[in-house]
Design a protein around this ligand. Structure first.
Ligand SMILES: [Zn+2]
Ligand SMILES: [Zn+2]
Length: 337
């Protein structure tokens, strides 16, 4: 007989506290699997969810960067078996029949569910989840290093692809945290010229070590990158900051592309004259395609990218979230069991 309870990192209510709670867990129903989590990364979007005025589900187990083993499967589940390795991302189930689901862009499905938001997430030792939402994860990857690929790595890869760059083009990465440190490595694999931008000297130092051509402080990044490159081909804003967007816009060359990724309830006024006369493209980027995620796992399995992680126990989740809020983490903090 399995335990029917699990320890989880739970957000009690909208804008509430995150605490470690014992949560009831039943048996997997039809189409569901029981997972035992190996590791789950802590993402800035967990803070975003925790700061929302309304929650679709409360109390809510957070987390959407999970690496797990299948423990048991419910009725009708034929493509997963006990012992299989499975990944949890932010994208849960999708409708399978809308315009976006039908064109390989299911991440834009209006009827999607999301782990750690509309579904209970992966910051928990055991979880019961819809089998259709799981992704395959290579056996060769260490769980703690694979976890950040499920959100940070996937999102960074998708954003770089949306930027539409060619080998030798220049890209500025605004925000060198969980997403940024993986975007930097991915950009290097793609042969791009990389400018790292952050407000933390430690992260700028790290960016230089990891192959950024230049590393500049966020405050004057626009002017600095105009001077250095005559403007960059693309700027990815990976941090939820309006001032970073402002500087990123200023850093672009004519016909450059601004890719917005970091999430916040912010507004940003688009400079209309420059956008029009310089032919600037502004686009949002959310997660990536299923093929993008496969490629991210393959690059990690080949040793071409590697998440920089610090590993913690579940009990430490509230403290880790606080350090993330203060921008103190290098790379990704991962909870492991
Ligand atoms: Zn995330
Ligand atoms: Zn759909």
């Amino acid at each position: 007989m399995r335990a029917t309870r699990t320890q989880s990192a739970v957000l009690a209510q909208a804008r509430g506290l995150v605490t470690i709670e014992s949560v009831y867990l039943g048996e997997p129903g039809a189409g569901e699997v029981l997972l035992r989590m190996e590791a789950c990364g802590v993402c800035h979007s967990d803070l975003f969810v925790a700061g929302l005025e309304k929650l679709p589900l409360a109390p809510l187990t957070l987390g959407h960067e999970g690496i797990a083993r299948v423990e048991a499967v419910g009725a009708g589940v034929s493509d997963w078996s006990p012992g299989d390795r499975a990944g949890i991302t932010f994208l849960g189930t999708t409708c399978g029949s809308c315009e976006w689901c039908g064109s390989g862009r299911e991440r834009f499905c209006p009827r999607q569910t999301n782990f750690g938001y509309t579904l209970h997430g992966a910051l928990t030792e055991y979880a019961i989840v819809p089998a259709a939402a799981l992704v395959r994860v290579p056996e060769t990857l260490a769980a703690a290093e694979a976890a950040p690929l499920c959100c940070a790595g996937w999102t960074a890869f998708g954003a770089l692809r949306e930027a539409g760059l060619q080998r030798g083009d220049s890209v500025a990465l605004f925000g060198l945290g969980g997403l940024g440190h993986l975007a930097l490595q991915l950009a290097k694999v793609q042969g791009l010229r990389i400018a790292g931008v952050d407000v933390s000297d430690d992260k700028l130092h790290m960016a230089r070590e990891w192959g950024a051509e230049v590393a500049v402080h966020g405050e004057n990044a626009g002017r600095a990158l105009q001077k250095e490159y005559g403007g960059v081909d693309a700027a990815l804003v990976l941090t939820p900051s309006a001032s970073a967007i402002h500087q990123a816009f200023r850093a672009l060359k004519r016909t450059g592309t601004l890719v917005l990724v970091g999430l916040a309830m912010n507004q940003y006024e688009l400079p209309l004259v420059d956008t029009v006369l310089k032919g600037i493209t502004v686009r949002g980027s959310y997660l990536g395609t299923q093929q993008d995620l496969v490629e991210v796992f393959n690059l990690a399995a080949a040793g071409l990218i590697r998440a920089h992680v610090e590993v913690h126990s579940l009990d430490e989740t509230p403290a880790v979230l606080e350090r993330l809020r203060r921008g103190e983490l290098m790379g990704r903090a991962v909870i492991a069991w």
